[in-house]
Design a protein around this ligand. Structure first.
Ligand SMILES: C[S@@+](CC[C@H](N)C(=O)[O-])C[C@H]1O[C@@H](n2cnc3c(N)ncnc32)[C@H](O)[C@@H]1O
Length: 274
């Protein structure tokens, strides 16, 4: 079995796949599921207007653009990602929306951030820690670059709860598990944060969960299935024919209104203690 989280190994993928992932990140960002969950934590954070924010693993910059468009934001944001085509797209999208005076994007590895200690008021990881090589090392970097009293936000899925309805329940569960394994290096990390955060000097301020469900029709989970099911075969987890039949059945259920899929997402807000 080969683990092949595409976002972890993005720099090993060919440009067609990278372009497909850029499309997926941008279409996901337009989905009301995404904007609702993002607005929820940005509102609860209530950051000062002139805040200095870092987003680690910023991808195409969708989170920071959304934040910069909000009326309560007039600060500065920096996004870091390991993938040059993502950074180039992020710069172009921000420029197209006249947001480049608020947001800067830089190439970098989030395990070794090139910022001094205590450089930011807030540091955000939005669906990133599930993909990185060493989540504890990345959390340590987040804790280092946020100022004492500053805020750390971790938003991600608990992919043990990722499920698509399938007529063959056992095979469906196998496919759910294979999707989580092929797509995420750390699919169950969110359960470990209550234990990990205090060890890194981050005091948990609040945490909550959201069940994302699509029943009858699909948008968020349609794009997820179309993008990531091929990686199940690529990772050698299930035969190509099995995955293709599963995908075709999902498409049919989207067309005839019998679709069902769900996953739990969690948000942790923490404060640097010292
Ligand atoms: C699912 S995407 C999320 C992008 C963005 N946060 C969003 O929500 O639209 C995960 C991102 O993490 C980045 N990433 C993974 N490991 C990384 C690392 N070691 N250093 C920098 N970026 C990394 C990937 O390149 C990818 O852009």
């Amino acid at each position: 079995m080969i683990a092949c989280d595409p976002h972890r190994f993005i720099n090993d993928l060919d440009e067609t796949i990278v372009a497909r992932l850029i499309t997926r990140l941008e279409s996901r960002a337009q989905d009301k599921v995404f904007t609702h969950l993002l607005d929820n934590y940005l509102t609860r954070l209530a950051l000062p207007r002139s805040v200095q924010v870092l987003e680690i693993g910023c991808g195409t910059g969708a989170v920071l653009r959304h934040m910069a468009r909000r009326e309560d934001f007039s600060g500065k944001a920096v996004g870091v990602d390991q993938c040059q085509p993502f950074i180039t797209s992020a710069q172009r999208f921000a420029h197209d929306e006249n947001l480049d005076e608020y947001i800067e994007f830089r190439l970098g590895d989030v395990h070794k951030l090139e910022f001094s200690d205590a450089s930011f008021d807030a540091v955000i990881a939005h669906t990133v820690l599930s993909h990185v090589t060493d989540p504890e090392a990345v959390l340590r970097e987040m804790a280092r670059v946020v100022r004492p009293g500053g805020r750390v936000v971790i938003f991600d899925g608990d992919y043990a709860s990722l499920t698509y309805a399938y007529h063959d329940f056992d095979l469906g569960r196998e496919m759910d598990r294979a999707l989580a394994t092929a797509t995420f290096n750390n699919p169950y990390l969110m359960r470990n944060l209550p234990r990990l955060l205090p060890l890194l000097g981050l005091a948990l301020s609040s945490a909550w969960g959201d069940a994302v469900t699509e029943i009858g029709t699909a948008s968020y989970f349609k794009s997820f299935a179309e993008t990531y099911a091929p990686f199940v075969t690529k990772a050698g987890l299930l035969p190509a024919a099995t995955v293709e039949v599963w995908l075709e059945r999902q498409r049919q259920s989207m067309q005839n209104g019998s679709f069902f899929a769900a996953c739990n997402y969690y948000t942790y807000l923490a404060t640097r203690s010292d």
